[in-house]
Design a protein around this ligand. Structure first.
Ligand SMILES: Cc1ncc(COP(=O)(O)O)c(C=O)c1O
Length: 366
């Protein structure tokens, strides 16, 4: 993968984290890690926020000032994206995403179009929309949540409006980023306390999973699930509250994203070799410049399979439960994706042996 030399720097005085370009040393990394941070490619401006939704909210507030009257969303999306849009009071509609994750859209004046790069792969619709948005009166917003570790972003990057959530690719308590520089984010003590709660919950969970018998005096599982739930509820109820606490920023910067990307690629390829042709994979090729979110399979009895895998300690996210407004009458192919896709885990916590086990269990439970 491409080695990136742009580094981030923290402006501690204002507690506002801004990216600055150039070959600087990163002051906020708490360890000696110094090489190749995928995050460092996001240009020379931008704003760190508490979540993907908060990042989108910042972009939308700017675009409303520029005169947009509506946003057009893909029919296959995470429904939390609707929260900041509703909070801001912007009109929205949907364009179709088909069974191959492809779309055709005719941009309208005074609109923004949201485009998601699904699962780490480059969404080819971006080529046309990037070109047209530079000369027509609509704006393109690219969601890089699944793709911020993928190298294709470095060579195709020409986009003005980009955002992402950092929580899907690593042990990140909260965090988002957007390409618009916003200097005056309100401070929320509550979000700082939630960041600590999320960290505490994850540490306790990790200890509990390794040695459950050490924790007999209270219901540990209930305790950490409750903490994590509090974080999600707050983010849902406050989709425009933004400022990223320093502890979360330091954790994001301290992660070895290069290693995370390499391990994910290696796991995806191993799993693919083991189950290719035996499952209905949504995507069957891994280009060199893609870091995948997961290994996505399609299955008619998806929910039953998900439960059976969970009983055998393989926990698979679903992408996504769509908002009710998207249904079989208007977007049947997106609904089919939502009902059939199951994302098998290939993240950096797993090794070749884990992939072998997942391959075996999935085939036996199918
Ligand atoms: C593609 C995508 N974009 C944005 C978001 C919102 O991110 P956050 O939960 O950090 O607000 C999600 C959430 O799952 C997502 O999957």
């Amino acid at each position: 993968m491409v080695q990136i030399k742009k580094l981030f720097e923290t402006n501690n005085q204002s507690n506002h984290h801004q990216i600055v370009g150039g070959d600087f040393e990163l002051t906020s990394i708490p360890s000696n890690i110094s090489d190749s941070y995928k995050l460092q490619k996001f240009g020379s401006v931008g704003t760190w926020t508490s979540s993907g939704r908060a990042s989108l909210a910042i972009l939308l507030q700017d675009l409303v000032k520029r005169g947009i009257e509506q946003i057009v969303l893909p029919s296959y999306l995470c429904s939390s994206i609707l929260l900041p849009i509703r909070k801001i009071g912007l009109k929205y509609s949907f364009y179709n995403v088909d069974r191959n994750l492809e779309s055709v859209i005719e941009p309208q004046d005074k609109s923004a179009i949201l485009l998601i790069h699904y699962f780490g792969w480059f969404n080819k619709l971006a080529i046309e929309l990037r070109k047209r948005s530079s000369s027509e009166s609509f704006y393109l917003i690219e969601d890089l949540t699944h793709a911020f570790l993928s190298d294709w972003y470095t060579w195709t990057s020409s986009s003005e409006f980009v955002f992402m959530s950092l929580r899907k690719f690593g042990p990140v308590p909260i965090g988002g980023w957007c390409s618009y520089t916003y200097d005056d984010l309100p401070i929320s003590k509550e979000i700082e306390s939630l960041a600590w709660k999320s960290i505490a919950a994850r540490l306790i969970r990790a200890q509990y999973v390794v040695e459950p018998s050490n924790w007999t005096d209270f219901d540990v599982e209930k305790f950490y699930l409750n903490l994590l739930h509090q974080v999600e509820v707050f983010l849902d109820q406050n989709p425009t509250v933004c400022k990223l606490p320093k502890i979360a920023y330091d954790l994001i910067m301290g992660l070895n994203w290069h290693q995370i990307g390499m391990q994910r690629r290696s796991n995806w390829l191993d799993l693919h070799t083991m189950i290719n042709g035996k499952v209905d994979a949504l995507i069957t090729e891994l280009p060199e410049d893609v870091v995948p979110l997961g290994y996505v399979i399609k299955c008619k009895n998806r929910d039953k399979l998900k439960d059976r895998l969970a009983k055998r300690h393989i926990f698979c996210p679903v992408h996504w439960q769509l908002p009710n407004i998207i249904n079989e009458d208007n977007f049947p192919e997106s609904v089919a994706l939502s009902q059939q896709c199951l994302t098998l885990p290939i993240d950096q916590r797993y090794s070749f042996d884990d992939m072998a086990r997942i391959a075996e269990v999935v085939q036996s439970e199918l």
